[in-house]
Design a protein. Structure first.
Lengths: 234, 400, 371
């Protein structure tokens, strides 16, 4: 063992730049970044930071390098990760400003409709039921349109069966947003996107409308195809 | 069979041991096969007469010969290169008019850059002059001796250094566990101060480990290595193997820099101010000045925050101020140029956060660090590659 | 974590900040009520602003808030005091409102219109000049003017303006005191005699769209003589006046030639109106960046927006700047929005909004929309 002579290290010049890492090392992070593996995701929202303060010691966490927050993320109270996700899905060709203005106008429309209903409602109970915060309406709408199972095509003996199976949280969220946007894009030519989107969100929040119907159809299909569920393991 | 003979002879003739060992090669079995059939100690002893030892040809296999030749060549080559490098360095020092004795590697690099300016993009393609140890990859020295007997215990695994490392780690784990048992038997508790703190460091990357071990490793093996080392670290008495562990950790020294608090200077009105130069983000460049007893005024290139038309950029500029709660207590002045709205906004955000370090408590500083406000965003636009429409986009995939 | 300022802010909220005032008459409003909102009577609103006068976004807000509330601000009060103390025997004073986009020029004008209406002025109000010169629906009806050679008429626009005029000045026109001084011959069979009430002239213009522009011309001349003769006091309000001086309009003749503002009859009419050769009147104009296309919106100052011609035409005038919200006004606006359920969320949002919108009233309203 002592006869092993290790010659001095060969310094690789490239590792000084943050080069692209192979895909296997990106699997731990929510978004693929050009920062190396050991960079932690930032925690900047007040509530999240408060939670951290309770559980762990700050100085230990501060010693680890942290990625910077993205351009559209702030610590203010009116920043919502779900809203940001929806804006990203609405965005086409990288036009973030346009996407954001469309979604904000949709929220404005929701607010106006709801305030109108609020003023028309007579009793205090009814008034309490009406949700005036457009972000909460969005949350409700997405909650109501998230599917709980999905159908995957599995081929057995030449026939492709639609087999019901579990669905991850992320995929279910993605499907909910995708269906909402698809339903909005099937609109009349004269109606603008924000108005149609506002109506779709309000419908979904009330458990009515095209999107919820689609979700319920999917659930019914899954129920009908219950018999094939064992094909997942065959 | 020959091995049996070898062993018995070795035992019987300790004097000739070192001499005989040189002859004991795998092809030696052919030589001794003739005497195998009638092997008894007497015959063997008879065989080993003086004339045998004198006229015996040293049967070294071709592979061994070639290997030894190559090793010798390499050594000579390296020696020659080192000589040339030394001479070249002295010439260079003379050319630059500096003292050859105190000419360091950094000076060499600077001189080469000056004498051979290159516009080539890739630094590895530019002219360089480094000591031959750095330029030529390290090779393992002779892994086995002339007889073909390997020096290393685990040579036949193919990656002796790597597996030795794992073996050492496993050994350490066992030792620590034994120590723990002994401590428990004595009913003592572990010393909390001696706990190993690994915050500011990470395990060596696969490439770095390959360089240390001078061997290629698979991804799977690297993951395995990390698992074993994590296990070692997780034991309560891991501080006893601190040296072993430190060898395979990379310190991230740059992080401490962010948590140092610089002192503000005072301007004519007696207000404390601090200027951060070189605020970069993508192509935006600028500098940010923060003045302490202020009223929340923000000036960008002489204009109000209305310099940015869109809300997102304005929010980004306000982000560090609102995070630390200083939006009414400081004045911000920035000059920025280049880049687009979000690049400029990002640069200003970093500049403000970096400047606010001096006006904020330590706890808030740590919070800012955890929020990532103090990290320099080094991402740049990725270049377009030839044969592809964009940086990552590939042309339409055709099945055939 | 909350700084001292924030704690004060939160305490102020808990003490039920007043943002309203019950003083609904602009003439009685005084300096103490700056930053407070007063509600306008619905009927007055309908009478004065049914055809324009409020910006479109504000109209939507009135619908959502189910009321029309205007904030009392310094420039408006200054103007009211100036008008009250001005000498009506001297030539008419011209005031020019200017400011950045969205600071409240049109609403200040609306506030003053309300005051004028209460005080019994005869109101000549052009809601938005660019509507005529720059807004092009599919087919813009234009005709060649008969009275002015080489000029272009906008009959429908003129007719709708006459309707607006009639609506605003109903109570004055009904009394029938104002009479036409000259005789106007429109065609072989139609003519308006001298001594006929002004209402008749206006009716004629509304019913006979072909002659609407000429009717407007005649009307303006009549109003000038009537004011000069002290039979009525006039309040002229024109929003987006600088649109008249922009080199080119969006209109084009059937021969595809671009029309300049000077070639539109309405321009000449209102240029006549804004000259200071008559007395017993108040002229309020506004120079707005939004009235000209985006390329020429570098600065909001009147010298830039009015071009040389406009500046010379209006010289001398009194410039009045309408600025952004002050601290107090901002707080009051924020609490009004909260009261009307337009803005919801924790109080910390207000400081952020203050910076993000830079205290610009329009931007603030825009940014509260999705919250």
């Amino acid at each position: 063992m002592n006869t092993l002579r290790i010659l001095p290290k060969y310094c690789c010049k490239k590792t000084q730049r943050f080069c692209r890492l192979p895909v296997s090392q990106n699997r731990f992070y929510a978004r693929p970044t050009s920062f190396p593996d050991f960079f932690q995701n930032p925690v900047f929202r007040k509530e999240d930071q408060a939670k951290l303060v309770e559980t762990t010691d700050l100085s230990k966490l501060a010693a680890v390098p942290v990625k910077p927050p993205a351009v559209y993320e702030t610590c203010s109270a009116y920043h919502d990760p779900l809203v940001n996700k929806v804006i990203n899905h609405v965005m086409e060709m990288g036009k973030k400003q346009l996407a954001r203005s469309l979604v904000e106008k949709a929220f404005e429309n929701i607010k106006r409709i709801q305030i109108e209903r609020y003023h028309l409602a007579s009793t205090a109970e009814e008034k309490n039921k009406i949700e005036l915060n457009p972000k909460k309406v969005l949350h409700l709408a997405i909650e109501n349109s998230k599917p709980l199972l999905q159908l995957s095509p599995i081929k057995r003996g030449g026939i492709t069966y639609q087999v019901p199976g579990p669905i991850t949280e992320k995929r279910s969220l993605f499907l909910a947003i995708k269906w909402l946007l698809e339903a909005t894009n099937e609109k009349e030519r004269t109606i603008h996107f924000p108005e149609q989107f506002a109506w779709e969100l309000l419908d979904a929040a009330n458990n009515t409308g095209k999107v919820v119907k689609k979700k319920q159809d999917l659930h019914r299909q899954c129920e009908a195809n219950r018999a094939y569920a064992h094909y997942r393991w065959q | 069979m020959s091995h049996v003979i070898n062993f018995s002879v070795k035992h019987l003739l300790p004097v000739t041991k070192c001499y005989l060992r040189g002859n004991f090669v795998s092809s030696f079995c052919k030589y001794s096969s003739a005497s195998n059939s009638t092997s008894n100690s007497g015959n063997v002893l008879d065989n080993l007469t003086d004339w045998e030892t004198l006229s015996k040809k040293k049967k070294i296999s071709k592979a061994m010969k070639a290997y030894l030749e190559r090793a010798q060549e390499h050594d000579e080559f390296m020696k020659k290169q080192q000589q040339e490098f030394a001479i070249g360095k002295r010439h260079l020092a003379n050319m630059m008019g500096e003292d050859p004795e105190t000419f360091t590697q950094k000076d060499v690099d600077r001189a080469i850059e000056y004498l051979f300016p290159s516009g080539i993009y890739d630094p590895a393609a530019r002219p360089l002059m480094k000591p031959p140890e750095e330029l030529f990859p390290a090779r393992k020295a002779a892994e086995f001796d002339e007889a073909g007997r390997p020096h290393h215990l685990l040579f036949y695994t193919g990656k002796p250094n790597f597996f030795k490392l794992l073996y050492d780690a496993a050994d350490n784990i066992k030792q620590l566990q034994n120590f723990e048992d002994r401590v428990i038997r004595k009913k003592a508790t572990p010393d909390p101060n001696g706990a190993l703190s690994l915050e500011g460091s990470v395990w060596l990357t696969k490439e770095q480990l390959e360089q240390v071990l001078v061997e290629k490793i698979l991804d799977l093996e690297y993951d395995n290595f990390k698992v074993v080392m994590e296990r070692l670290v997780s034991l309560p008495y891991s501080y006893r193997c601190k040296d072993f562990i430190e060898k395979y950790r990379n310190t991230l020294a740059s992080q401490k820099f962010a948590l140092e608090i610089p002192k503000p200077s005072y301007d004519d009105d007696g207000r404390a101010f601090i200027t951060t130069y070189e605020c970069l983000r993508k192509k935006a460049r600028g500098d940010v000045t923060i003045r302490s007893p202020g009223s929340g005024k923000i000036t960008i290139n002489g204009k109000d925050i209305t310099y940015f038309e869109d809300v997102q950029s304005r929010e980004q500029v306000l982000f560090p101020l609102i995070f630390t709660g200083m939006q009414d207590r400081v004045d911000v002045e920035c000059n920025i140029e280049g880049g687009g709205p979000s690049g400029q906004a990002g640069a200003i955000r970093w500049g403000i956060a970096w400047g606010l370090r001096s006006f904020v408590e330590k706890e808030m500083l740590e919070k800012m660090q955890i929020a990532g406000l103090l990290t320099r965003d080094h991402r740049r636009r990725e270049r377009k590659k030839p044969g592809q429409p964009g940086a990552r986009k590939k042309p339409t995939w055709k099945k055939r | 974590m909350l700084s001292r300022n924030w704690r004060h802010l939160c305490r102020r909220y808990s003490q039920a900040v007043t943002f309203r005032t019950t003083e609904a008459s602009p003439a009685q409003q005084n300096e103490k009520q700056i930053g407070l909102f007063y509600t306008m009577n619905q009927e007055t609103c309908k009478q004065l602003f049914s055809q324009g006068g409020f910006p479109k976004s504000f109209q939507k807000q009135t619908k959502t808030f189910t009321e029309t509330a205007i904030m009392i601000r310094q420039p408006a009060l200054d103007l009211i005091n100036c008008i009250k103390s001005s000498d009506f025997n001297k030539p008419a004073i011209r005031y020019v409102l200017y400011g950045e986009k969205g600071t409240g020029k049109s609403l200040t004008m609306a506030h003053l219109l309300h005051y004028a209406h209460e005080d019994g002025y005869l109101i000549v109000h052009v809601p938005w000049v660019s509507e005529w010169l720059r807004r092009l629906p599919r087919s813009k009806e234009m005709s060649n003017s008969q009275t002015h050679e080489g000029c272009v008429d906008l009959p429908l626009d003129a007719a709708s303006w006459l309707l607006h005029f009639k609506g605003q000045n109903q109570h004055i026109l009904k009394t029938g005191e104002l009479k036409v001084s000259k005789e106007y011959v429109w065609s072989k069979r139609e003519k308006t005699e001298a001594g006929a009430p002004l209402a008749q002239l206006v009716e004629h213009g509304i019913s006979r769209v072909k002659y609407a522009c000429d009717v407007v011309d005649a009307l303006i001349k009549e109003i000038k003589t009537l004011s000069h003769n002290k039979q009525c006091k006039t309040f002229v309000a024109i929003d987006g006046f600088n649109s008249f001086f922009y080199p080119v309009t969006r209109l084009s003749t059937p021969t595809k030639k671009k029309v300049k503002p000077e070639e539109v009859t309405l321009t000449t009419t209102f240029m006549e109106l804004t000259k200071n050769d008559w007395t017993n009147a108040v002229i309020l104009l506004s120079a707005d960046q939004l009235a000209v296309p985006d390329d020429h919106q570098e600065s909001h100052f009147p010298r830039y927006l009015l071009y040389k011609k406009g500046f010379e035409h209006l010289d001398p005038f009194v410039p009045v700047e309408v600025g952004r919200y002050s601290e107090k006004e901002f707080l009051s606006c924020a609490s009004y929005y909260r009261d009307r359920l337009w803005l919801r969320g924790p109080p910390e949002i207000d400081t952020e909004l203050k910076f993000t919108s830079a205290c610009n009233p329009y931007r603030f309203m825009e940014q509260c929309a999705p919250l």
